[in-house]
Write a protein that binds this ligand. Structure first.
Ligand code: 5GP
Ligand code: MG
Length: 189
């Protein structure tokens, strides 16, 4: 039987120490407090509405899961796969819609959920894609904002943390598909 909590078989701290030089940037407690703060803002703004939340895969799935459970209005959840990063740590600048968007965006209140806005290329592309489909309103929420790296302007309505120019992993963020399960947000030294 699997233990809960500290006794679980996969020890994050051990993995972090042995495998890669990972340092915690944002603890799970800090993330939790920030997700609560964002949810409170979003609850105020969307009271009485029925929006569709669109998460950008894969990185946003952990944030999305925590965020929606604190939202108290009816909503729909969709995901879209936009790929701009290859297997390294540098943005390729190339963006493609890997999987089509099934939500009917026209006339809907749309809230896009991102894990991180870096150069802005990915999200700027997707915002234009959505605008063409004539939503009733369109807003963007990101857990983290690497503002110093921006190459195209992006309006972000809800920002969790402004983060330094480091490659982040954990809480949904990966490097080569690893580390998404870390409960804290870490950077690779
Ligand atoms: P952008 O197009 O803004 O440069 O890149 C946005 C996407 O690149 C994010 O949605 C995220 O998937 C990925 N990305 C950017 N910075 C980081 C980072 O520090 N760590 C990880 N894991 N992904 C990142
Ligand atoms: Mg992403």
């Amino acid at each position: 039987m699997l233990d809960r909590g500290e006794g679980r078989g996969y020890n994050h701290r051990e993995a972090m120490n042995s495998e890669a030089k990972l340092k915690i940037l944002l603890t799970r407690q800090e993330i939790e407090a920030t997700v609560k703060r964002l949810a409170a803002e979003i609850n105020q703004d969307y009271a009485g509405k029925y929006p569709v939340l669109i998460g950008i895969l894969k990185g946003s799935f952990v944030f999305m899961a925590d965020l929606i459970r604190l939202l108290d209005f009816p909503l729909e959840v969709e995901f879209i796969n936009l790929s701009s990063y290859g297997s390294g740590t540098e943005s390729s600048g190339r963006v493609r819609v890997v999987q089509g968007l099934r939500a009917k965006v026209r006339g809907r209140h749309v809230l896009v959920i991102e894990d991180i806005v870096d150069t802005g290329l990915t999200i700027a592309y997707f915002i234009e894609y959505l605008k063409k489909r004539k939503p009733a309103s369109l807003r963007l929420c990101t857990l983290t904002d690497k503002a110093s790296r921006r190459r195209v302007p992006v309006t972000i309505d809800y920002v969790g943390f402004t983060v330094p120019d480091r490659f982040l992993v954990g809480y949904g963020l990966d490097r080569d598909q690893k580390y998404r399960n870390l409960p804290d947000i870490c950077y690779i030294e």
